[in-house]
Design a protein around this ligand. Structure first.
Ligand code: GLU
Length: 282
């Protein structure tokens, strides 16, 4: 599940675009009822990441990851079967705007709850606690954040990871900000980049990918607390409440544990226990 064949993936992406255009042309989507969840045939649009194995990954055969499983469970509780879900890629920097525009009903995309983001969107959850870490080459001598000053560091625009580096951990690092984390991997492999920084949950997924096995390691630093929430449009309290109830049920029914085992098991990611709804670990 961790192998991604790029040529096939882009062919699948093209097919998916054709499908979604067809769906729109048939009038099966985009009207105000499409998110009500009451009737058959309606679709729900959900934002995820497409390039984060173990969390949100688009592959030729479909979508996988912990965020995908959480979102699928939540959608079901909102009245949507898996075949009624239309996945939308929401990159880190696009998430607030995607919600404000109404492109998606909710976002489950390694989306940390922060005070700054709460000015623009509402959050249900949290449903996972991760920590910022570093991914480096196996033989790297970078062991802590201060080692990064003067080094080439890669992260993503609009992420807490990039923000924390600039404000806090390594303001003198030479930070390159891409649109997605997977864009940092080639540079890490070639040596153009000394470290990739983001949540340990994401980095563990990359390190476990077949093509990178044995090449990269996590530094094992808990540089921050990243409380993953489900983002919804600002003011949509009804949806927040419904999603919180769904998340509580998912944990109670142990579907949360199953999603953890299924998705983090292959990367051997040691996750934190299920968070309590409404409790943010600062
Ligand atoms: N969880 C962090 C954030 O929301 C980093 C991962 C990401 O960019 O999605 O910014």
């Amino acid at each position: 599940m961790f192998t991604m064949k790029l040529r096939k993936a882009s062919a699948a992406a093209a097919a998916a675009i054709v499908l979604s255009i067809t769906a729109t042309a048939c009038g099966g989507d985009g009207d105000s009822d499409s998110n009500s969840g009451s009737g058959g045939g309606d679709k729900i649009k959900i934002g995820i990441k497409y390039d984060q194995p173990g969390l949100g990954l688009k592959e030729p055969g479909g979508y996988s990851g912990f965020d995908v499983d959480v979102a699928t469970y939540v959608a079901k509780e909102l009245g949507y079967e898996p075949n009624q879900i239309e996945w939308v890629e929401t990159k880190s920097a696009d998430r607030e705007n995607a919600l404000a525009r109404g492109d998606v009903k909710f976002i489950a995309a390694t989306y940390s709850i922060t005070d700054e983001r709460k000015q623009k969107v509402d959050f249900a959850g949290p449903y996972l606690l991760a920590h910022q870490d570093l991914l480096v080459k196996t033989d790297s001598d970078i062991t802590e954040a201060t080692d990064l000053n003067g080094k080439n560091l890669c992260s993503v625009q609009g992420s807490t990871s990039a923000q924390n580096v600039k404000n806090d951990f390594a303001p003198k690092a030479n930070l390159k900000e891409n649109g997605t984390y997977s864009e940092c991997l080639a540079g890490l492999q070639s040596g153009a980049v000394d470290a990739l920084t983001t949540d340990d949950s994401i980095l563990a997924g990359y390190a476990a990918q077949e093509q990178y096995k044995g090449k990269f390691k996590l530094a094992g630093l808990k540089l921050s607390n990243e409380n993953y929430g489900i983002g919804v449009k600002k003011g949509d309290t009804e949806t927040v409440n419904k999603i919180n109830a769904a998340l509580e049920k998912m944990v109670k029914e142990k579907a949360w544990d199953k999603a953890v085992t299924d998705n983090f098991g292959p990367a051997n990611y040691k996750n934190e226990p299920a968070p309590k709804i409404g409790v943010i670990v600062k």
